[in-house]
Design a protein around this ligand. Structure first.
Ligand SMILES: [Zn+2]
Ligand SMILES: [Zn+2]
Ligand SMILES: [Zn+2]
Length: 258
């Protein structure tokens, strides 16, 4: 199945604490540049007929309002860390408007966390108004949502399996610091890659800026945008100016057409 033309919107590009971080007075957190304000990491993937969100961050409600999302067909989850699932309850607004369950796609690890952390949505006695969720297990095989084919890619967040997603020429990977050879092959040929780059100093479970640059160059993807950015990375304009050709920091509300 052919991938239709896609519009990608960065709903959030910040690490788990967001930028600014609560109570921080650093130059990034106090910057007047809008590009230094980052909600938690998530993107919206849209074709003419289908809308998909990757992850429901703690900022999900505001992200949907800010991007004026009127219809949502599915949520794809990367992994169960709180900054990627916490906002799930607010999909109930789409339940009301669309009069059907929200389709969720996740690996078994994330499914277990969703059932545990949002247990009320899966109980036999349902309180009125709770989210109506339909879990679909991602087993590693490609699948289709509406008119958008999706290829899951397994990456590692220290020892936690995380899912990246490829949509035609576009690949989105967050919260990784290692990618196996077979999975790298699934990324090869992408024209645009979004990859996590937390900060300059090393981290136990995230690519650093240098590691992310090296990974983009190894994969040979011509255009890359970094996401899941910490206030520790530095000012957007300063860091962005120093990156190699084709690579840039993403920022909230940025859009890409493919
Ligand atoms: Zn994260
Ligand atoms: Zn700060
Ligand atoms: Zn994580």
């Amino acid at each position: 199945m052919q991938t239709p033309p896609l519009k990608i919107t960065f709903l959030g590009t910040g690490t788990s604490s967001g930028v600014p971080m609560i109570a921080c007075g650093c130059e990034v957190c106090t910057s007047n540049n809008k590009k230094d304000n980052r909600l938690r990491s998530s993107i919206l993937v849209e074709s003419e007929t289908t809308s998909i969100v990757i992850d429901t961050t703690p900022d999900f409600r505001y992200q949907m309002l800010r991007a004026n999302v009127k219809k949502l067909d599915a949520v794809l989850f990367t992994h169960p860390h709180k900054d990627h699932i916490a906002g799930l309850d607010d999909v109930r607004a789409f339940n009301y408007c669309q009069q059907k369950p929200m389709e969720l796609y996740a690996n078994s690890l994330t499914e277990e966390a969703i059932k545990r952390e949002f247990a009320y949505a899966f109980s036999d006695k349902k309180y009125p108004g709770i989210p109506n969720l339909n879990l679909n297990t991602i087993d590693g095989s490609p699948f289709i949502i509406g008119d958008i084919p999706v290829t899951p890619i397994l990456v590692w967040h220290l020892k936690m399996p995380v899912l990246g997603f490829r949509f035609g020429k576009f690949t989105y990977i967050t919260d990784a610091n290692k990618i196996d050879v077979e999975e790298k092959e699934k990324i090869t040929g992408s024209e645009v890659l979004v990859l996590n780059a937390l900060r300059k100093e090393s981290h136990i479970s995230h690519f650093t800026l240098d590691e992310a640059v090296a990974m983009v160059q190894e994969l040979g993807v011509p255009v890359a945008y970094f996401t899941h950015i910490s206030h520790q990375l530095g000012l957007h304009e300063v860091v962005n100016t120093g990156l190699p050709k084709g690579i840039s920091l993403s920022f909230d509300n940025q859009q890409i057409n493919l």
